[in-house]
Design a binder for this molecule. Structure first.
Ligand code: ADP
Ligand code: ZN
Length: 528
């Protein structure tokens, strides 16, 4: 467990890679990262999931004398990692709350006796005096802080214990630290540096680009029919994942796909363990099976030939979208990330925000994350550029492999109609949803409308020149761009948001994208 000084570093690293892990070559900048640690320097590693972060500390753990300590918040994954290492003959163990006291003592004894190369430990466990004391009595080779974005209050996985990890620098000043994450925007990255690596670190940022994935986002009509058409058009007989928000929807969609001749199974946390496992196994081993799932599906799924990931509902954030779509095309062959979304989705997202009672800073972060997601959905330019920019990466030019590149959307000057819509929302009292506002704009009466005397308003009928579809498109984009918001009580009302002022005052023009209407299923229904 130590390197003879005369042995060439690269040779030792390669030998470990081959002999212990069974791989021929390092990927990307793995070797450089390993060198940083082996030579005692800190490192910050940003690499997408599946990029190969683990080897970046596992190999130094074997090349440096002493015990490497890996901090990880994911108790469920610790055991998998440790078992995989043990399988390769590495002396690894984990310490967390899932172990009984006797098992814990046994591992503590192995640590004290210097019998381990790697110890995985949950942050709250590491921070306890007993663990810190134990580690101070042995040689620690390095600290690896996995899922380092958990230190950021701006992130979606904030863990307060991560903020206390600076104790490692104070108590083990000579032990190099490596912080790793797959999700970090610029702000989170700075926070990781400030809190976990204030003494400096070499930074390694791998590209987050997945050039073989084609991104497209369409307007939601009849989502199930759109999905079926999408599968039939280029993915018949291929494996794919379809994400839905609700458990019920995963089941009804899977059932319906089956009835249409597309083999599909559902997956969500409400299914019993056995069914879940069975469906997961089938997905992994069968060709051409579609899994219709909630976000519960995907962690640790490593199937290389997933040819598409479809979203029938909006994901929770851009990070979530990136993770979920990232399960497509791991083999490098062309794959699709396909999503449909509509007014209702934007409304729901806005609603969730309005109802959130998280702390102020987290609410602000939540809002910004959702704004970013909505801008991605409504983007009129290259989607890959928008996506990568979110991760702090610039994509040279247009990608040529997203819907907007392949078929540039048309935009139109919607300043006037947008003003009409905003004043109609205002005149009707900021209490009504898109359907009612649209009726007023188009001058359509109904009982409720006349009871409310909304046919007497100055905005009644001022938008008769546009279709219902067009008004929904305008309202959706006003919501998405933050000119409108949803009422905090969740009654479905649209309200003016501060950002609409310039527009109302005539100080700003507004270009909106012309929606391409999906092939309507209504027409078919009407015909049949
Ligand atoms: P991450 O933690 O970044 O999500 P992992 O460390 O789990 O990624 O690695 C993803 C997969 O890639 C694993 O199956 C791992 O064994 C494999 N892998 C990592 N590095 C290499 C390499 N140099 N050569 C071949 N396979 C690798
Ligand atoms: Zn593009």
């Amino acid at each position: 467990n130590s390197v003879a000084p005369e042995m060439d570093f690269e040779q030792a690293a390669h030998r470990t890679l081959q002999d212990v892990f069974g791989y021929e070559h390092f990927r990307g900048r793995q070797l450089e990262i390993i060198r940083s640690l082996v030579e005692g320097r800190n490192a910050l590693v940003l690499m997408p999931t599946g990029g190969g972060k683990s080897l970046c500390y596992q190999i130094p753990a074997l090349l440096r004398p002493g015990l490497a300590v890996v901090v990880s918040p994911l108790i469920a994954l610790m055991r998998d990692q440790v078992e995989a290492l043990q399988h390769n003959g590495v002396r690894a163990a984990y310490l967390n709350s899932s172990l009984d006291p006797a098992a814990q003592r046994e591992i503590e004894q192995s640590v004290a006796a210097g019998e381990l190369d790697l110890l995985y430990v949950a942050p709250e466990r590491l921070l306890g005096e007993s663990t810190l004391g134990l580690l101070q009595g042995v040689t620690v080779s390095l600290f690896a802080i996995d899922e380092a974005h958990c230190v950021s209050q701006w992130g979606h996985d904030f863990r307060p214990e991560y903020m206390k990890l600076d104790v490692l620098r104070q108590r083990f000043p000579d032990v190099p630290r490596i912080a790793l994450t797959a999700t970090a925007d610029n702000r989170t990255r700075e926070e990781i540096r400030r809190q976990l690596l204030p003494d400096g670190a070499e930074t390694y940022i791998a590209s987050f680009d997945r050039p073989n994935i084609r991104y497209s986002v369409g307007l939601k009509g009849n989502a199930k029919n759109q999905l079926l058409a999408f599968i039939r058009k280029g993915h018949e007989g291929e494996s794919g994942i379809v994400y839905c928000m609700s458990r019920k929807r995963t089941e009804s969609t899977a059932e319906w796909l089956n009835s249409q001749g597309v083999p599909a199974v559902a997956y969500h946390a409400g299914l019993d363990q056995q069914t879940r496992q069975h469906h997961q196994q089938r997905f992994l081993h069968e060709d051409g099976l579609v899994v219709v799932a909630t976000v519960a599906f995907g962690m640790g799924i490593d199937k290389p030939d997933v040819r598409f990931v479809a979203h029938l509902d909006l994901p929770k954030s851009i990070e979530a979208y990136y993770q979920e779509t990232g399960r497509a095309g791991r083999d490098g062959d062309p794959a699709d990330a396909w999503m449909v979304y509509g007014l209702q989705d934007v409304y729901q997202v806005r609603q969730m925000l309005a109802a959130s009672n998280a702390e102020a800073i987290q609410q602000k972060a939540e809002r910004e994350r959702l704004e970013a997601l909505l801008s991605f959905c409504e983007a009129t330019g290259c989607r890959r550029q928008v996506l990568l920019r979110y991760f702090g990466e610039e994509h040279e030019g247009n990608c040529g492999n997203c819907d907007n590149c392949l078929q540039p959307p048309r935009t139109w000057d919607a300043t006037e109609p947008a003003r009409k819509a905003l004043s109609c929302v205002y005149r009707t009292g900021q209490r009504f949803g898109a359907a009612h506002v649209t009726d007023v704009l188009m001058g359509k009466t109904n009982d409720r409308l006349s009871r409310l005397r909304h046919d007497q308003l100055s905005t009644f009928g001022i938008g008769a020149d546009l279709s219902k579809q067009a008004w929904h498109s305008i309202l959706r984009q006003l919501l998405a761009h933050g000119h409108l918001q949803s009422d905090p009580e969740g009654h479905g009302g649209l309200q003016l948001a501060p950002r609409c002022r310039e527009l109302l005052r005539g100080e700003q023009a507004l270009e909106l994208r012309e929606d391409i209407l999906p092939t309507s299923s209504k027409r078919k229904a009407a015909a049949g």
